[in-house]
Design a protein around this ligand. Structure first.
Ligand SMILES: Nc1ncnc2c1ncn2[C@@H]1O[C@H](COP(=O)(O)OP(=O)(O)OP(=O)(O)O)[C@@H](O)[C@H]1O
Length: 396
């Protein structure tokens, strides 16, 4: 992991480097269309927060977002970024202030990873050394090893790696504002979950103002400090915290978006670190003799032991039955499947628990074993949420 101080040093206040964005009465009429695509849109996007635009296809999310960085010129209205009139900023100022990441990363296919990340710094006239240092720092930040990936072309990367490059490129000039248009829309659900976790981790350090467009309400609940549910012509149906929207949808359209299973969705608001995950697995390392392990397992009343490596990262589940005939623990047992980290949402944990047959290994920030989570932990949380909800409904 790179030292990210360089990115946060400029913040000055509580790690928030983002600035407030205001849109006032913003309208976009495309030539030849009878009705505006965005009509009289007014919103304040607070500094340092992630605001998510969700809404049905064609409702105007992308048009609204692109007016902020003037990829689309508003027909009327006012937009300020950190108090400055966005319509008066020139191209260079806009690029310095606003990073942009899109679905399928939108990387230039004939540029290497390093060249893609260096595009905006290059336009801003940075020298080669400064660009190279910055590229390295950003690659570390988004979890790509520079020596391995710097000189690759986008087609030589997985979808998730391409999205990481896209995020690094958007962050290149350390802009206070980041616009993200379905940036994780094209990757598989597991990679998507990882990218979401990483964005939250980055944001905890960076404190940017992020406007994020998605179709996926679960993604909105997981990532948003606030969610704007948009209807036709970008009309704001509700603009509030995920908790408030889940608990009290403002109208039928929002309720439709929240959908069935609102209490299940609340699992995306809770993380494994928020619940009790007991350290109940009996761990062993490959150097222990099968006989010693068998004795310890008998004493602890365990059928399975968890084999961990030198850094205590979970490797395999060893059944007590396999021990009497074994001469060493090497190669015994079956590989540990899906694990969850303390950062994972309870919804992701639930998927891993189901895939693993009732319980899953919890790992800490360095991938080390820290405990186990099982299905009853999750059902207890659901029961508790339901009780709280019913108590709230009785009170009102
Ligand atoms: N260049 C354009 N010219 C004319 N109409 C356009 C143009 N771009 C978008 N529109 C229309 O404006 C409306 C809003 O489009 P926009 O792409 O902003 O919606 P969206 O909510 O982002 O949709 P999606 O979720 O499908 O990406 C749609 O009716 C669309 O057809």
């Amino acid at each position: 992991m790179a030292d990210t101080n360089d990115l946060t040093d400029t913040t000055g206040n509580d790690g928030v480097s983002g600035v407030e964005i205001q849109l006032e009465g913003v309208t976009k009429r495309y030539p030849g269309s009878a009705e505006p695509a965005v009509k009289d849109f007014t919103m304040t996007i607070p500094a340092g927060k992630i605001v998510i635009f969700v809404g049905p296809s064609g409702c105007g999310k992308t048009t609204t977002m692109r007016m902020i960085n003037r990829l689309i010129e508003p027909s009327s209205g006012r937009i300020t970024i950190g108090g400055e009139d966005a319509l008066k900023l020139d191209d260079v100022q806009l690029r310095r202030k606003i990073g942009y990441a899109i679905q399928q990363a939108g990387l230039f296919p004939h540029f290497t990873v390093a060249q893609n990340i260096g595009v905006v710094p290059g336009m801003l006239g940075w020298n080669k050394k400064r660009i190279a240092d910055r590229v390295e720092e950003l690659m570390d930040l988004v979890g790509l090893d520079p020596t391995q990936f710097r000189d690759r072309y986008p087609r030589q990367l997985s979808g998730g790696q391409q999205q990481r490059v896209g995020v690094a490129r958007a962050l290149a000039a350390d802009p206070p504002v980041l616009l993200m248009d379905e940036p994780f829309g094209a990757v598989d659900p597991i990679t998507r979950g990882n990218l979401q976790d990483e964005l939250l981790r980055l944001q905890a350090d960076l404190g940017k103002t992020i406007v994020f467009v998605t179709h996926d309400f679960d993604e909105a609940v997981k990532l948003g400090d606030r969610i704007a549910v948009l209807g036709d012509q970008s009309s704001i149906q509700q603009y509030d915290t995920p908790e408030a929207i889940l608990a009290n949808p403002a109208n039928d359209m929002v309720a439709g978006f929240v959908g069935a299973g609102a209490s299940l969705k609340q699992l995306t608001l809770l993380r494994v670190r928020d619940v009790d995950y007991p350290d109940i697995a009996l761990t062993t390392q490959v150097g222990e003799s099968p006989a010693d392990l068998r004795t310890r397992m008998a004493e602890a009343g365990k059928t399975y032991a968890l084999l961990v490596d030198g850094r205590r990262r979970p490797q395999r589940w060893i059944h007590v039955r396999s021990l009497p005939t074994a001469t060493s623990l090497a190669g015994l047992g079956r590989p540990v499947g899906d694990t969850v980290s303390t950062q994972s949402t309870l919804q992701d944990a639930l998927e891993a628990i189901l895939a693993e047959g009732g319980h899953a290994v919890v790992t800490g920030t360095r991938g080390q074993y820290v405990g186990m989570i099982d299905i009853t932990t999750v059902t207890d949380v659901l029961a508790q949420l339901r009780e709280e909800h019913e108590a709230g409904a009785d009170a009102s």
